[in-house]
Ligand binder design. Structure first.
Ligand code: ZN
Length: 258
């Protein structure tokens, strides 16, 4: 009788444990989870005990979000870009750090039924929080669906992505003035006005949604922050009190918006 390990290697496409090339990395990872008796959710990429799929309430924001997730971000314990993607119907999650050669990104940018912009603050970026509702609506073409590219990574990786992705860098740049401080207490933010990707998307929907036929007063967008808050609470339950005070960002009066 063949051993379970031999059968498992057969399932991954490897003829024997000694053969190095594996054609099915996902099967291998599943195999590792099975062999170590740990369950793992491949949708939210969390261990079974931390799976948040049951808390997801996907909704249509009437905006097509494209979340460009850096591979380092993708491997983080809590990747809010992936969490956002699972909440937003019609969204895209694409991993990488330079996208000029990315077929999926190029196919999206080649579409003539969308108006693509990139959420990226800094020089040359239009602050959508300023001005009237009419001025806000005038920033986009009314006969095309708004497509917002969101770079999910650190400031350094986002800058690199923009430098190496000419098509992306050539898009209209938009930003907003945050109306709330980050509640991402399990990760230290570089500054009080810095938000997680999920929080930035939530605020963008509240700000721009009305120009695209989305009514924020129905509060469907809060499905984002609800699943996020539950995840943060679960994670904080495992953090010692001393570490919460020393190492984690906690909103306070000192963290006034800039
Ligand atoms: Zn899950």
């Amino acid at each position: 009788m063949k051993s379970a390990r031999a059968n498992a290697f057969k399932a991954t496409g490897r003829k024997s444990p000694g053969q190095r090339t594996c054609l099915k990395p996902f099967a291998c990872a599943s195999l590792i989870a099975a062999m170590t008796h740990r369950s793992f959710c491949w949708t939210c990429r969390q261990p079974g005990s931390a799976c948040y799929c049951g808390d997801l309430r996907p909704f249509d924001p009437k905006i097509e979000f494209v979340i460009l997730i850096h591979k380092l971000e993708s491997r983080r314990r809590i990747a809010t870009g992936r969490m956002s993607h699972l909440c937003l119907k019609g969204s895209h999650l694409i991993e990488g750090d330079q996208f000029d050669e990315n077929k999926q990104v190029n196919a999206l940018l080649d579409r003539d039924d969308v108006f693509p912009v990139v959420l990226y603050p800094g020089t040359g970026s239009i602050d959508l929080s300023l001005g009237s509702k009419q001025e806000l609506a005038s920033q986009f073409l009314s006969d095309r669906k708004l497509m917002i590219f969101v770079i999910d990574g650190t400031w350094a990786t986002a800058r690199r992505t923009m430098r190496l992705s000419r098509r992306l860098a050539g898009l209209k740049r938009v930003c907003f003035s945050p109306s709330k401080v980050s509640q991402f207490k399990v990760r230290k933010q570089p500054a009080a006005h810095c938000l997680s990707t999920l929080e930035a998307i939530h605020q963008m929907i509240e700000l721009v949604g009305p120009t695209q036929g989305f009514d924020p007063l129905e509060k469907k967008q809060d499905a984002l922050v609800d699943v996020f808050s539950k995840m943060v609470e679960r994670q904080l339950a495992f953090v010692p009190e001393a570490h919460k005070a020393q190492n984690y960002f906690v909103a306070s009066s000192e963290n006034a918006l800039k």
